[in-house]
Write a protein that binds this ligand. Sequence first.
Ligand SMILES: C[S@@+](CC[C@H](N)C(=O)[O-])C[C@H]1O[C@@H](n2cnc3c(N)ncnc32)[C@H](O)[C@@H]1O
Length: 347
Amino acid sequence: MHESSKMLVIDNQTVYFKSSEEMNEIQEGTIDVIITSPPYNRGKHYSSDSNVKYNDSLPEKEYFQMLKRVWRECLRISSYKAVFFLNIGDSATTQGLSEKVANSAEEVGWIRIQDIIWIKSIYGKGHYTPSGGNKRFNNVWEHIFLFIKDKSKYELNPKAIGIPYADKSNIGRYGKSDLRDPGNLLHICYEKTTGATIKKGHDAPFPIGLPYSCIKAVPNAKYVLDPFLGTGTTLAAAKSLGLHGYGYEMFPRENLIRETIINKSQYKLKTPILIPHYEKSIKTLLQLLENSKIEIWDLKTKKDRINMEILIDTFEKMNINSIIVEKIKKKLQRDNKNNSLLKFIKK
Ligand SMILES: C[S@@+](CC[C@H](N)C(=O)[O-])C[C@H]1O[C@@H](n2cnc3c(N)ncnc32)[C@H](O)[C@@H]1O
């Protein structure tokens, strides 16, 4: 038993409270981007408002039959330029499962083109759930398998979620602006730990930065789909990017989905830049400099100026405004005159 035939519409986001094994509500060839994280089949807890529970420990055969029905429907309602981001991770007890899930999508006709790694935490930057004691390392990453429907029709623009060059002398070498492809490791942190009260019956939400980044990297997209909507994160991302979104959830927490779509859609992409200890060190050094009344040295060479510009760029990303930062900025403006690299950095 589940709550079928019910739906929720918020702005351009539509949620169907039913199984995505049939998605007759959406016309064939509509969807441009799919981003989803399916049930992992490892005993996670998903339950509806009326406490109807999803069985996340299905016999393997049944699990893959269900997934394949969903992937086939996804293919049917996708446009030929569609791009499909499939997020799944392995736990210690389900090693290799994610590869089988990727295969199940390939078996129904999706074309696999890349494996992106979603990093939840690196050198302590980002939350993750501790697991494994001293028997193994903590899991701090998951797969995002990338699929397409048609090799000649799909489009992807990784620079839409690009990052600035560390070495600014590269600006102009591969393009005019200070922007490069982020690579296939995406470091996207949870904004806070997902405690039981936040999850309210849904064990495994992904951070909004994940669907947001994936959707943003697909140019000219209009319609987004998440066939396993969970708490509604994907539709919050679709809303914040001004796109139409569709979600299917068979065991819905209606208020939670509504709150997520409304409250999280103010999200804007932030590039994590440094590991926490470096950020602390930079702040401490700046305080020391300010108290010591030290004068900023002359920026004699082009390299001196570029290094200072990188430093200013970093301060701005850390939202640091201090007397020293202002002094360096003024010095740079004076020294750089008309041939400033700053104008590239700002683009
Ligand atoms: C891993 S969770 C998705 C979490 C989601 N990415 C988020 O950020 O909240 C998988 C979801 O799929 C739902 N589900 C399981 N089988 C389903 C089906 N056949 N159709 C629709 N939803 C289903 C579960 O109830 C669960 O909420």
